[in-house]
Design a protein around this ligand. Structure first.
Ligand code: G16
Length: 594
């Protein structure tokens, strides 16, 4: 690095001292913490984004959000050139950067890294970063910190895209780097047009049943509801009522949102007895997750239609379209093409969903929690569908299958004789089922966000498939019956309060969540020693028992998941394992969510 560049970093970083006694980690989805701790981190991630742009010679994204976390938290994450999460190989550098104690050590780190990564500052390519933020009140000033970080790399340019959902920013980055249209308007246009294409391919009889059937959406008091209102106008005819937008009185994610609905299994604030039986959905704070639900007549309980069920609906639809095309390929004497369809889940996937998917003959694989892991795995298939039970997921189409579909589209169009023969199908599009299957798959590839899980594009695909199948949310929910489950979280102490007096005034030795180390897609705890054996002994006492613990990558908690034959047993197993966590981690914590 030139002297001028070094001086600039030293000067500007001195305005952003890191908070004392706090160690931050890039985690499941970027850095997250109380917003008051993040000025320095976000400034430094600004530097990181500029270096990533220099290294990849591409446009990079920087999003200020803490998604499902409480409103006082915030966070920052990077979108890579393909719109996906930042390469995991850069995470150790991100951690080191965030935790460097002073400007000179920060500079030394950057110096070393730039040399190691052979990052050139020769100015041969534009260095551009797209910035977005959600509706959190702390977002504006953190965005300014990010801009300062970016401008401390000579020649780097920040483009403030304003308040966005996280998936919108990822989509824009991907589109920019593909040389495609990439504004927010283009996002809405692409989603709405591909949604309309899917609906145009639906037989009329199903459309009549479904299109006027209202969907009610909880926007988590965040950005997702606001953007859905815009998307609804683009879709022209989509019957959606949006509640809990950021313009109301409610607090972001408080008693609302996909995380709350999925974990607590109750209706969000603003939903009640008048919604019983309706098709409802809930987005999370930055609209990268979606779950559906049906309000039950008894209290505010719901039937949850979670990410696993969304995945199952998508898998059935994709498999149906591929089956239309399979016969064609099987008849071929040479080079038949058999697209590989795969499904990716995590340990949180309900056992009943995995059994259902395997029963369909699908290949199901597991990764650790975090879209970055699922997404990577899904790219190994021609069509890879990934979803976390919490509603975060998408469908990825490989370049290979997209070319094949385009070629197939041409081939089938040239051989279609239906119009001449006077066939008229009951839908807007005249053509064979094979042709329609090709067009449907191509429309799905444009509708569903190829960069990251996206609640808005997921919602439109669910709605289009329900119209296509003429089915209701009730029928969808009956695809299989979830095994009863329970999730708990045990708070660990934040770095500032560790080693202080907790637990009713007595001095208790506390550990942080990183004391829990897992393996095998988080199904086994390898540290602390002995805890997994204790969990196994407890789990074996329950019919259809399954249980695991893992440290959260977004909150200062240890998560506990239990599944069993009845709700009482699942609750009991989760509570027993929570006690084991207390014993092994030496900290009597408060149990939340029971
Ligand atoms: C993020 C990740 C998800 C993950 C969730 C919870 O979601 O993107 O993949 O499932 O955190 O992670 P953890 O259990 O490690 O806290 P979001 O919606 O908060 O960005």
């Amino acid at each position: 690095m030139k002297e001028e560049q070094r001086t600039l970093i030293l000067q500007s970083s001195s305005d952003f001292p890191p908070p004392k006694g706090v160690k931050l980690s890039y985690g499941t989805a970027g850095f997250r913490a109380d917003a008051s701790l993040l000025q320095s981190t976000v400034y430094r991630v600004g530097i990181l984004a500029a270096l990533r742009s220099l290294k990849t010679q591409s446009v990079i994204g920087l999003m200020i959000t803490a998604s499902h976390n409480k409103v006082s938290d915030n966070g920052v994450k990077i979108a890579d050139p393909n719109g996906g999460m930042m390469s995991q190989s850069w995470e150790p550098f991100a951690d080191a950067l965030a935790n460097a104690p002073d400007p000179s050590q920060l500079l030394a780190l950057i110096d070393d890294f730039v040399t190691k990564e052979c990052i050139s500052f020769d100015g041969g390519h534009p260095v551009e970063i797209l910035l977005g933020r959600d509706t959190r009140p702390s977002g504006k000033s953190l965005l300014e910190a990010a801009k300062m970080g970016i401008s401390s790399i000579i020649g780097a340019v920040a483009h403030d895209m304003g308040v966005l959902t996280t998936p919108q920013l990822h989509w824009m980055v991907r589109a920019r780097n593909l040389g495609a249209k990439s504004t927010e308007y283009d996002y809405f246009l692409q989603l709405s047009q591909s949604y309309r294409s899917l609906v145009d391919l639906v037989p009329d009889k199903n459309k009549v049943i479904k299109l006027n059937d209202r969907l009610v959406v909880d926007g988590a008091n965040g950005v997702g509801g606001d953007k859905l209102l815009v998307l609804r106008d683009f879709c022209n005819g989509l019957a959606v009522e949006v509640r809990n937008t950021s313009r109301g009185q409610g607090v972001l994610n408080k008693g609302v949102g996909a995380d709350f609905v999925q974990k607590e299994k109750v209706a969000p604030s603003g939903f009640g007895i008048s919604d019983v039986g309706l098709r409802c959905a809930s987005l999370d704070g930055d609209a990268d997750r979606i779950v559906y639900f049906i309000v039950r007549p008894d209290s505010n309980k719901i039937d949850l239609v979670d990410g696993d069920k969304i995945l199952s609906l998508f898998a059935l639809f994709i498999q149906e379209q591929l089956n239309f095309l399979k016969d064609d390929e099987q008849g071929k004497t040479c080079n038949p093409y058999c697209p590989r369809l795969g499904v990716v889940q995590t340990a949180y996937a309900n056992g009943a969903s995995t059994a259902f998917l395997k029963n369909l003959g699908l290949e199901v694989v597991f990764t650790s929690t975090g879209v970055k892991y699922l997404h990577e795995k899904a790219t190994e298939y021609d069509i890879g569908i990934y979803f976390e039970a919490n509603g975060h997921g998408t469908i990825l189409f490989s370049d290979g299958i997209l070319s094949w579909l385009e070629a197939k589209k041409k081939e089938l169009a040239s051989t279609w004789k239906g119009d001449e023969l006077g066939f008229h199908f009951h839908c807007l599009f005249p053509g064979s089922e094979k042709q329609k299957a090709v067009l449907r798959l191509l429309a799905v590839s444009k509708l569903i966000n190829q960069a990251v899980g996206d609640a808005l594009s997921g919602l439109l695909l669910v709605e289009a498939i329900l119209v296509h199948s003429g089915g209701s949310i009730h029928k969808w929910n009956e695809l299989y019956h979830d095994l009863p489950s329970r999730q708990l979280k045990k708070r660990t102490l934040d770095a500032r309060s560790r080693q202080t007096t907790v637990g009713g005034g007595s001095n208790v030795k506390v550990v942080d969540r990183t004391a829990v180390v897992t393996a095998n897609a988080e199904t086994v705890v390898v540290q602390p020693a002995g805890i997994q054996e204790a969990i196994n002994v407890e789990t074996a006492k329950y019919r259809q028992g399954r249980c695991f613990i893992r440290p959260s990558g977004t909150e200062d908690v240890i998560r506990i998941y239990a599944e069993a034959a009845t709700q009482e047993e699942a609750d009991s197993l989760a509570n027993s394992v929570a006690k084991i966590v207390d014993q092994f981690l030496g900290y009597v914590a408060r149990t939340i969510g029971t």
